[in-house]
Design a protein around this ligand. Structure first.
Ligand code: 6GU
Length: 228
């Protein structure tokens, strides 16, 4: 898989992909992640990528020209499955979207900035838009990092324990059950007896029950119930 990220702040995205599972996935050749500074594609003599909004509101707007040049530059080299735009005014990203995107070959992620992007970019250049939650970030870079991480960690071979990604929270629509490690008794704080019992089937039942209880308590919306 290949992920090309178009951004005004490439410095912000050099760190997140250089650690842990994503770093190892890159080293194994499971994914290539390339950063493309949007300013490099500006035809403006000051390398500007934003301009004042028509209609006179506050804030600046990302202009079409640098973005179109950046996207054309990439799409002239290969076909892309999706061109994703990160912005708070979009559907909220979730595990299902990560799973689907992880099956694709080539992705572009365009990081939103300022007051937003000229709507013509969204109408004519982008194929998919995601927010990562109902709060506002300074820019789309952290959202692009979140989306990329969630996709890459589930690529086949990225996690050594093959079952591990499938038992994540949300993969079955539920939160994960609690986990414990040694010692079985830490200063009187005890690990639940059932986990020490060796009864695999009973342990699975217990984990599922814990998942359900936790989801009901913390995220009833995932069960189709309203909170409280
Ligand atoms: Cl994708 N971008 C920004 N700027 N803020 C956000 C977001 C994206 N998702 C949630 N908040």
């Amino acid at each position: 898989m290949r992920i090309d990220i178009i951004t005004v702040l490439p410095e912000l995205l050099s760190g997140p992909f250089d650690h842990s599972i994503v770093k190892r996935a890159r080293e194994k050749g499971l994914v290539e992640i390339q950063l493309h500074p949007l300013r490099d594609f500006s035809e403006d003599k000051h390398r500007r990528v934003d301009d004042y909004p028509f209609g006179g509101e506050a804030g600046m707007v990302m202009a079409v020209q640098p973005i179109e040049n950046a996207i054309r530059h990439l799409t002239s080299q290969r076909d892309y499955d999706e061109i994703i735009f990160t912005t708070p005014d979009a559907p909220v990203f979730n595990q299902g979207a990560a799973n689907q995107l992880s099956t694709l070959q080539n992705l572009i992620i365009l990081c939103g900035h300022y007051k937003g992007v000229d709507q013509r970019v969204r109408d004519h250049l982008v194929t998919m838009e995601w927010s990562i939650g109902d709060y506002v970030l300074s820019g789309g870079e952290l959202a692009a990092a979140v989306i990329t991480d969630s996709i890459v960690r589930i690529l086949p071979g990225a996690i050594s324990d093959g079952a591990s990604a499938l038992s994540d929270s949300f993969q079955d629509g539920l939160l994960s059950p609690p986990v414990y490690t040694r010692p079985a008794d830490y200063k009187g704080w005890k690990v639940p007896e059932i986990l020490l019992s060796g009864h695999a089937a009973k342990i699975d039942d217990w984990k599922h029950e814990q998942s359900l209880e936790k989801t009901r308590r913390l995220r009833p919306d995932l069960l189709g119930d309203s909170p409280n």
